[in-house]
Design a protein around this ligand. Sequence first.
Ligand SMILES: Nc1nc2c(ncn2[C@@H]2O[C@H](COP(=O)(O)OP(=O)(O)OP(=O)(O)O)[C@@H](O)[C@H]2O)c(=O)[nH]1
Ligand SMILES: [Mg+2]
Length: 272
Amino acid sequence: MMKQPDSGKCKGCAASSDSKLEKLGVKLGQADFVVALAGNPNTGKSTVFNAVTGLRQHTGNWPGKTIARAEGGFSYNGKKFKLVDLPGTYSLLSATEDEEVARNFILFGRPDVTVVVIDPMRLERNLNLALQVLQITDKAIVCVNLMDEARAHGVSIDGRGLARDLGVPVVLAAARQGEGIDQLLTEIDDMANGRSSCTPHRLKYDIPTVQESIEELVAALTDAFPTMPHREWVALRLLEGDPRIIQAVSTGEIGTLGEDHVATGTISACGN
Ligand SMILES: Nc1nc2c(ncn2[C@@H]2O[C@H](COP(=O)(O)OP(=O)(O)OP(=O)(O)O)[C@@H](O)[C@H]2O)c(=O)[nH]1
Ligand SMILES: [Mg+2]
């Protein structure tokens, strides 16, 4: 069992940052930053989304509730943030229809910050997605939600140790009670504005032949899709034979996945 960290923030501290938060609902206008909420199903992403935007995106205690992107806004410290609530996904490699919405936005939607919401009672499975996200971005925050349930089950989380091992900020939260939301907003604000930097844990592909093949594919992808982000990730999927990615590359769709998702963003949440 891991040691309970001294996170430095508590339920009672919310007032200090509440004054900096303005929930904008769907009335956002031009945002300064885009923040994605990613995570396994049922970890509380929509609950975080609602707490911060004031919207009422559907939540429930069964998996798979969010099936399309929902967008809402908030202002914090004078900057406007668009928050994107994504369907739950176990992996960036899996591709049911809902998961593809999440994966396409994380990879090609160019979020300024990606918050990965994880369940402390299913750490191993949840960290799989977190580590995949850390492979592709150094602007990520891990939010360990459902901490009230974890405590009730005698599970404690060493937030500082996890942050050190992952190389990104970790926030412990119980979003339904508003616990940890203030600290999450501070971390998002710091990261979006470049006041915090991180060095995420990354796997290295140091087998020379694999590395050479990746470099060759990245060069070809750069020629074909000069503005596409995460070309190394796409190259790895091509090497693995991911059928959906092979199809998207051969049809050229891969170059527009991010644009599609920005253009067709769904505002499925309802205002207060
Ligand atoms: N006890 C407790 N329950 C929570 C907390 N956060 C969310 N929940 C509950 O967990 C359930 C799932 O929450 P959602 O916000 O819908 O989870 P989600 O990650 O959006 O789920 P998907 O859209 O299916 O991926 C709901 O019943 C929430 O009320 C929390 O911090 N503590
Ligand atoms: Mg949801």
